[in-house]
Design a protein around this ligand. Structure first.
Ligand code: ATP
Ligand SMILES: Nc1ccn([C@@H]2O[C@H](COP(=O)(O)O)[C@@H](O)[C@H]2O)c(=O)n1
Length: 224
């Protein structure tokens, strides 16, 4: 059976979309897919096999080689969260063949959520615009780039990594530009997305605003 209970969440790095997506999925009893992890898995595969992240041929082969059996163990690999892997992910994600190779996996997850879940929450950059354009609830989560850089800085420092604010900010600006200026499936809000600017919100306030929006959608009767 195909599920139509899909929540699509997009937005730039460290806007809080993953935090929100995980909590919404837990609250709704839906499955959650962090689509960025798929691009990170491709980037990590290239780094581990000694390929440059902008090697489009190797990136395409790595993306085409990913399936549920290879992706799931990688999803729990702490290396996936490294900044070098985020940069590699953003480089492989400009390759149209890489995006095409990952599309079926994402759509299949959304339409047939695993574990008997009634619906799915997916977060990424193009979920509401390309992966699930018919999703009945779309959110675009954003925040000022300086706010996002401070969030990422504390996240990195909490893991014991040494990080400098100016470098994190610069990396974030470069990644934002690459993600929003690429030719295929650029980062942008879907025309029918609910815009959620979390610059002045904590995670709790963002969750309340998101649940208010989802509750207002006729396609989600009685879920919240
Ligand atoms: N509304 C918020 N206010 C303050 N901090 C937040 C908020 N939402 C999330 N955070 C924190 O900011 C950091 C980044 O959040 P999160 O990982 O959810 O962002 P993201 O958009 O999924 O990033 P990425 O695309 O890079 O994976 C985390 O440390 C998280 O705890
Ligand atoms: N739907 C998506 C999701 C991610 N990307 C690319 O992957 C990079 C890493 O994503 P995170 O969410 O883990 O930060 C991101 O910068 C994008 O380049 C994508 O293209 N589409």
């Amino acid at each position: 059976m195909t599920s139509s209970f899909i929540v699509a969440i997009d937005g730039p790095a460290a806007s809080g979309k993953g935090t929100l997506a995980r909590r919404l999925a837990a609250t709704l009893g839906f499955a959650h897919l962090d689509t960025g992890a798929l691009y990170r898995a491709v980037g990590l595969t290239l780094l581990r096999t000694g390929h440059a992240p902008d090697d489009a041929v190797a990136a395409t082969a790595a993306a085409q080689g990913l399936d549920a059996a290879t992706v799931l163990p990688l999803m729990n690999d702490p290396a996936l969260r490294q900044d070098a892997v985020a940069v590699a992910a953003s480089k492989v994600s400009v390759v149209p063949e890489v995006r095409a190779a990952l599309l079926d996996f994402q759509r299949n997850f959304a339409n047939h959520p695993p574990g008997g879940a009634k619906g799915a929450v997916l977060d990424g950059r193009d979920v509401g615009t390309v992966v699930c354009p018919d999703a009945p609830a779309k959110l675009y989560v954003t925040a000022d780039v300086e706010v996002r850089a401070r969030r990422r800085l504390s996240e990195l420092r909490n893991t014991g990594a040494e990080a400098i604010y100016e470098a994190v900010l610069e990396d974030m600006k470069v990644r934002d530009a690459r993600d929003s200026q690429r030719a295929v499936a650029p980062l942008k809000p879907a025309v029918d997305a609910f815009l959620l600017d979390t610059s002045m919100m904590d995670a709790e306030q963002a969750f309340v605003a998101a649940t208010d929006f989802i509750r207002s959608r006729p396609a989600f009767p009685g879920f919240l």
